[in-house]
Design a binder for this molecule. Structure first.
Ligand SMILES: [Zn+2]
Length: 284
């Protein structure tokens, strides 16, 4: 994912700055602007510098709640101005937009950008940062109920709602076998061992609905084989390790190829949409 740099969004130069070493960063903090999603980072910066009298835009990063565009604010290691008394330990990320009750204001694209930035922060830190909302450390509604609930749930990405059942194109064959329901809890997926708790890799041998994670992941790849994919040791997919049920680069490559084939979001993670597509979508 690309971070839109300060130069690209036309930032004013900061009046002063001080840096914070990664060793002091322990928190990844979510905010929202509580204003229109059409607000630009430059408008927010102008407000922070001219009206609030700060040295620069207050946040370390910003994400548009509709487009998911990700903007550099002060960046990773510059002291921010987003949560009084907690700017040293916290990387502050503002979602540009507001929370309107009863509707999803933060798009899937914006959620993916936020999650990507959080994963990137953890990689750079070499350790998981604590996810907090501004309201955890200040007397404020920020970041609004929608973002706050999502932060507290650990940023699950559930993907797009299932599209209307696609009509089989001429010559397409119905999916082989009997559909099996997605075995993991809502919002979970088969993914890397380095991911959060809801990223199920098969390495820990966890049990879901009476079978191990490994058996379920093998089941999914076997379904792809029934659909005609060349899967297994020495074959085109999972050729090195075979269908061992332990998520790694080979399963990721297979998931990406299948998602591309099925016009799904291409994230390489096997969540409910990639699972269901294997059992329900016609073979084209
Ligand atoms: Zn805030």
């Amino acid at each position: 994912m690309d971070i839109i740099s300060r130069a690209e969004w036309g930032a004013r130069a900061p009046e002063s700055r001080s840096t914070v070493p990664w060793s002091k960063r322990t928190v990844f903090m979510g905010h929202y602007s509580a204003a229109s999603a059409t607000q630009t980072p430059r408008q927010i910066q102008d407000y922070h510098m001219r009206v609030r009298g700060w040295s620069d835009i207050g946040y370390n990063f910003l994400i548009n709640s509709v487009t998911g565009d990700l903007y550099e604010g002060r960046g990773w290691t510059v002291l921010g101005a987003h949560c009084a008394d907690h700017n040293t330990e916290s990387i502050g990320v503002c979602v540009i937009g507001k929370d309107q009750a009863g509707r999803q204001d933060v798009s899937d694209a914006a959620r993916r950008a936020f999650k990507w930035l959080y994963d990137e922060a953890n990689d750079r830190k070499g350790k998981r940062l604590t996810l907090l909302g501004h309201r955890d450390r200040g007397s404020t509604e920020c970041p609004g109920d929608e973002i706050y609930a999502w932060l507290k749930a650990g940023l699950p990405i559930v993907g797009q709602p299932p599209a209307t059942q696609p009509k089989p194109p001429a010559g397409a064959k119905p999916a082989p076998g009997t559909p099996i329901a997605f075995p993991l809890p809502s919002g979970w997926y088969f993914g890397p061992v380095t991911g959060p708790d809801y990223s199920v890799s098969g390495k820990y041998g966890r049990t879901f609905r009476g079978r191990t994670d490994r058996a379920w992941l093998q089941e999914w790849a076997s379904q792809l084989a029934r659909r005609g994919w060349s899967v297994g040791k020495g074959r085109s997919w999972l050729g090195k390790a075979g269908n061992d049920g332990i998520y790694g680069p080979e399963y990721r490559a297979l998931a990406l190829a299948f998602q591309k084939d099925q016009h799904l979001d291409q994230d390489g993670l096997i969540g409910v949409n990639s699972w269901n597509a294997a059992y329900r979508n016609p073979v084209t």
